[in-house]
Design a binder for this molecule. Structure first.
Ligand code: NDP
Length: 252
């Protein structure tokens, strides 16, 4: 493992499982100090201990991304304990499914609270860090986790995929604001990744579809997306991969 992220301070939301956990582990392995954000403190503590046992630095922040004040307090704690963040992997998300006429309004709201409001709260809390870091260190990264769903149609997943279309289009537009200030902005659009994400789905039709695609093809591992994050954020500062789609080879 190279030291490509030495002297970098990375904030990872959704670090308690799946893609975020793998990305935090990967960035720490190449030298970044990592701030771990999610709600399940026990899972974050376990990961932090593992990172520290390997000689890395990790800060646990058990925060709900939907809470804007708590996210601002987290940003202050990162600055005080690790220094200003120069990498935000804005990744926390939730995926729920149901045909739209079932009016699962609480699920809609949950996805909006995490995938949209939570994403914006992280941006609101950490963009000042990124802009200042870019000026000071010459590099800073905002990497948002979108989904292949942003570009596709998946029956029963309309609210989820629309939330991810927001992430992709927001990322593209944020480049116009932040690129000239030296902050790279990227959206990663993964296809199917084996994580806890699908475990929250209760709709019978959606579960049947997920079971079918699980049997018919080999899904990505969280580490595959973590490697993508590490790659994007270790390129020369002049290079910004704006949008990266990472698919299981057999997923069409
Ligand atoms: P996981 O369910 O394994 O991880 C989701 C993470 O988000 C957890 O760490 C969870 O932590 C965190 N999270 C959820 N709600 C909140 C909240 N309110 N506040 C803080 N953290 C929260 O799924 P993935 O790793 O797959 O998901 C990561 C991202 O990847 C998501 O944005 C997802 O939409 C996206 N994605 C996933 C794909 C897949 O096939 N798996 C495909 C395309 C995109 P906790 O519960 O402890 O708060």
């Amino acid at each position: 493992m190279t030291n490509s992220h030495a002297n970098r301070v990375a904030v990872v939301t959704g670090a308690s499982s799946g893609i975020g956990e793998a990305a935090a582990r990967r960035l720490a392995a190449s030298g970044a100090s990592v701030a771990l954000i999610a709600r399940r403190a026990d899972r974050l503590e376990t990961l932090a201990k593992e990172i520290e046992a390997g000689g890395g630095t990790a800060l646990v922040l058990a925060v709900d991304v939907a809470d804007a004040a708590a996210m601002r307090a987290a940003a202050a704690e990162v600055e005080a304990k690790l220094g200003r963040a120069d990498l935000l992997f804005n990744n926390a998300g939730v995926m729920l499914a149901a045909p739209i006429d079932e009016l699962a309004t609480e699920d809609w709201q949950r996805m909006i609270d995490v995938n949209l409001t939570g994403l914006m709260n992280a941006i609101g809390a950490f963009v000042p860090h990124l802009v200042a870091s870019a000026a000071e260190k010459g590099v800073a990264d905002l990497v948002n986790t979108s989904s292949i769903g942003a570009q596709a149609v998946f029956p029963s997943f309309a609210v989820y995929v629309a939330s991810k279309a927001y992430v992709t289009h927001l990322s593209k537009n944020l480049r116009a604001d932040l690129g000239p200030k030296g902050v790279r902005v990227a959206a990663i659009e993964p296809g199917l990744v084996e994580t806890e994400l699908q475990g929250h789905v209760t709709d019978a039709g959606a579960l049947q579809w997920l079971d079918g695609v699980r049997e018919s093809l080999t899904w990505l591992k969280p580490e595959d997306i973590a490697e993508t994050v590490a790659f994007l954020t270790s390129l020369p500062a002049r290079v910004n991969l704006q949008q990266v789609t990472v698919m299981p080879t057999a997923q069409v």
